[in-house]
Ligand binder design. Structure first.
Ligand code: ADP
Length: 423
């Protein structure tokens, strides 16, 4: 039975957490949405389940409803501890959803006190005196103040969380953390006695997260970015089987790369991969003119070369190119036509052309591909580069190995070296 049940407010964040859990030796399965009975068997023999929701920016009522459904499912599977995972930049709208979902989970689990810990020092997300820093500057100067969906204009998490939750919000500052886990536990008790329901946790280095993880080991509910997971290891260490958590079943088959990411790192990776593999560019404007014709061309190239080599099919383009497509088609429409095309190509590569190993670049693009492939669950395996593990699909007839890379992740040779660490 799984020990730890996690509820993540977006897909790539869920994979990030799942990957951290694998790195501390927990066999981890990620489900896309609240799992149905079809995945019952796959959820039995693991240490942690991460339910990936898409609840970050939806109305708070819906986020609560989905999160409670996930909780109920994780409780029914026997999980003992629950982890509400959000972004390490505390991405939320002025209405939530971090606060409202935390409140609802606390009510459902009947816990009077929990923590909020977005710190992830490895990615330079640190919290000091309750202020969140990203890349060494205050959150509201880090670029996050201009985020299209979740602009973060205040770095003071006591204030931000205070405006979202009906609980009183307190702080365990760095001095307190540095006194060790027992002192932190006492601080939790003292805060609770003062009527605090949610404590923001300072952490600027990995060792702080370890102290905090140890201090939180007996909490029924924690809320955090992916960083606190590393510190929670101690609680479970004795119960883990010692089997390699990252081991995945083999997935023999053909190999392909799809990309809809226009991020700088992806563009460099594509340039590198073009020198090694047959490639086809799905142009957004050309798709708008003759959608089926372009899809057929991409699949023809795949058909000709897949026996001998991975193929690369990409919509990724330079900023100028993207702008041109967006001006002609509209921002939304340009994105949608590309995502639809990538999903359709992925589905045909798998159903007709024997592809079983697929790299996908781009967060939204990965979402489109996973949805077109009707994937319900994922087992997390070894990392190719930090934050990008190989994963194997669960609960569908063909077993696929996928690597879903969000835009700026991965080294320049990501697309050629990924195959070496394949299951
Ligand atoms: P990243 O992780 O790099 O942000 P995403 O896949 O999340 O990548 O987002 C990239 C977006 O850009 C997607 O919606 C995709 O459909 C869109 N897109 C990709 N190529 C083009 C293009 N040539 N023109 C316009 N939009 C594009």
């Amino acid at each position: 039975m799984p020990l730890l049940g996690c509820i993540a407010d977006d897909f790539t964040g869920a994979t990030d957490l799942a990957s951290q859990l694998v790195s501390i030796g927990m066999r981890t399965v990620q489900t896309i949405g609240v799992p149905d009975e079809g995945l019952a068997d796959e959820l039995k023999d693991v240490d942690a389940v991460v339910v990936a929701l898409k609840s970050r920016t939806i109305p708070a009522e819906e986020a609560i409803e989905q999160s409670l459904a996930a909780l109920e499912c994780l409780q029914a599977r026997g999980c003992e501890q629950f982890y509400f995972k959000y972004c390490s930049t505390f991405d939320s709208t002025s209405e939530g959803n971090i606060g409202p979902v935390t409140d609802a989970l606390m009510d459902a689990l009947d816990v009077p006190f929990t923590v909020a810990c977005p710190a992830l020092p490895a990615n330079r997300r640190t919290v000091y005196n309750g202020y969140l820093f990203a890349g060494g500057v205050l959150l509201n100067e880090s670029g996050m103040q201009d985020h299209p969906l979740t602009p973060m204009t205040d770095a003071n998490l006591v204030r931000v969380m205070g405006s979202q939750t009906r609980h009183r919000v307190g702080l365990v500052d760095l001095d307190g953390v540095r006194q060790g886990s027992e002192a932190v536990r006492q601080r939790f008790d003292a805060l609770q006695a003062e009527g605090v329901g949610v404590a923001i946790l300072d952490a600027i280095e990995q060792r702080d997260l370890e102290t905090l993880g140890e201090a939180c080991r007996d909490m029924t509910l924690v809320t955090a970015g992916s960083g606190l997971a590393l510190g929670l290891h101690a609680r479970w260490a004795n119960e883990l089987t010692g089997d390699s958590a990252a081991e995945l079943p083999a997935t023999p088959g053909r190999e392909a790369i799809l990309s809809g990411s226009c991020s700088r790192a992806t563009l460099a990776q594509i340039e590198h991969a073009q020198a090694h593999y047959p490639h086809y560019r799905l142009d957004a404007l050309a798709l708008a003119e003759d959608y089926q014709g372009r899809i057929d061309e991409a699949l023809t190239l795949a058909r000709e070369h897949l026996d001998a080599s991975p193929v690369l099919i990409y919509a990724s383009a330079s900023p100028d190119n993207v702008k041109k497509a967006q001006q002609t088609l509209g921002v939304q429409e340009a994105g949608e036509i590309v995502e639809r095309a990538l999903g359709e190509v992925a589905a045909t590569l798998v159903s007709e052309l024997g592809v079983r190993r697929l790299l996908v670049a781009g967060g939204e693009s990965s979402g489109a591909v996973v949805s077109a492939l009707n994937v319900k669950g994922l087992q997390i395996g070894p990392s190719i580069d930090p934050g990008v593990p190989w994963i194997v699909t669960l609960g569908s007839p063909e077993r696929l190995a996928l690597a879903l890379k969000s835009g700026n992740f991965g080294a320049e040779d990501f697309m050629t070296k990924a195959w070496e660490s394949m299951p």
